[in-house]
Design a protein around this ligand. Sequence first.
Ligand SMILES: Cc1cc2nc3c(=O)[nH]c(=O)nc-3n(C[C@H](O)[C@H](O)[C@H](O)COP(=O)(O)O)c2cc1C
Ligand code: SF4
Length: 519
Amino acid sequence: MSARVFIARDAGAIAVGADEVAAALDAAAKRRGLDIEIVRTGSHGLYFAEPMVEVATPAGRIAYGPVAADDVEALLDAGLLDGRGHRLCLGPTGDIPWLKRQTRLTFARCGVVDPTSLSDYRDHGGMRGLVRAVSLGAEATLKEVEASGLRGRGGAGFPTGRKWRTVAATPAPQKYIVCNADEGDSGTFADRMIMEGDPFALIEGMATAGFAVGADKGYVYVRSEYPHAIAAFETALGAARRGGLLGKDIAGSGFAFDIELRAGAGSYVCGEETALLESLEGKRGQVRARPPLPAHKGLFKQPTVVNNVLSLATTPFILAEGAQAYADIGFGRSRGTMPIQIAGNIKYGGLFETGFGLTLGELVEDIGGGTRSGRPVRAVQVGGPLGAYLPRSQFDTPFDYEAFAALDGLIGHGGIVVFDDTVDMQKQARFAMEFCALESCGKCTPCRIGSTRGVELIDRLASGVNRQETIAILEDLCHTLKYGSLCALGGFTPYPVMSALRHFPEDFGIAPETAVGAK
Ligand SMILES: Cc1cc2nc3c(=O)[nH]c(=O)nc-3n(C[C@H](O)[C@H](O)[C@H](O)COP(=O)(O)O)c2cc1C
Ligand code: SF4
């Protein structure tokens, strides 16, 4: 029997040499006459240990990493194929502390299964959720998703079950499921990991949503900067059609569902659900005024579920294990787990799925291991480019939608970007305003004009002229952006700007006692 070796074909792993390692191992095995099968999986999300090589042994998988192509001969000499010791050996994969501390529900199969094989997916529990949904019926499926407490993982945290019910209750000849895989937030990569590492979970989640609301057609809107995810997902779509996960009679239920993948050109605002729908319809990606909600009048004016990849890919677990198994985990109104993506200047960067409620300090210092540069952490931006910059004094904040909202921040798509003490927070504030100016869809005045005026004000602050007066105008502008913008791009840009001013006034040449919010 051939030895089975697992190496990720995930874009993050490829970027640090996974393809070269796989090629070197294949060549070395051929030279040595060794019978090996290299299975290309997704990544477990331990990017600090990629490229990771795992080998199947009678005692389970043994991991090695980070492996370079040059390490392959020495690894084989040391007995890699029997899981023997080597300086790169991390021990049994499941015992690696970074993995062991996680609660992997959405990502349970990622890094484990062959993402091209539907039978491997089934062997690891796939399809059980959809089969149960079909046996329960649409109404009971809606109730399960509602009872799980799952909230949208794209950023807004809206209850997924409530969104599905609205679409189910809206009569129409045609309904759609649209998966938002635009993944524009800085420091985030979880959607990409699912599409590359466990794409059938997303397909099953979309089919389940279609069954629950009465839609027979789904679209995945992905950014064109994700070529590996696009290729992996297209392959999975073909396998799903051949294997009966998509088609005219899914799981013998008579229910029909199919999915089309569409690549957008990569604009941040096209992640906003109504701009996304415009783009899907072939128009310029500009935000639509609400009402009507997409759930009432969405794609091609039909009732549409728009959900993030993670929201959809989590529903197979909820249906398979029952709503309670999901709702039992979490913190406050944030139920279940969050795949947190730890990035930036960080020692142990990667994807860490855990129940809500760990503090920001635990995530950054304990799990992330502090900065990669070895310098003190100064600021952390949570929730993408619209999230607040938080100082160490806020490190006891639990990872929870409400706790971050109370700080005038957000957890967004679960991205954490870490900065050390060399960061210039005035530059970061300027970057936030400039980002808004560059990405603005131009539909509403506060964002279209206000963001450019904001950049000018921050430049004036930097020049040191009339600081207090400039800050007062900037505060007023941020207030207008927050309450006058049509969507959250303009509405949340004040979060990074005002948090930088509030927590790091010295970078703006302001004495702490006169800083924003000091009184
Ligand atoms: C400017 C902007 C960008 C957004 N980008 C994304 C994105 O890349 N991916 C995503 O899932 N949601 C994004 N959203 C949120 C979506 O509008 C929407 O709330 C989400 O797709 C709904 O899915 P969910 O309920 O599963 O989170 C963005 C929102 C705004 C305002
Ligand atoms: S806030 Fe900005 S991105 Fe949003 S609708 Fe207005 S102009 Fe467009």
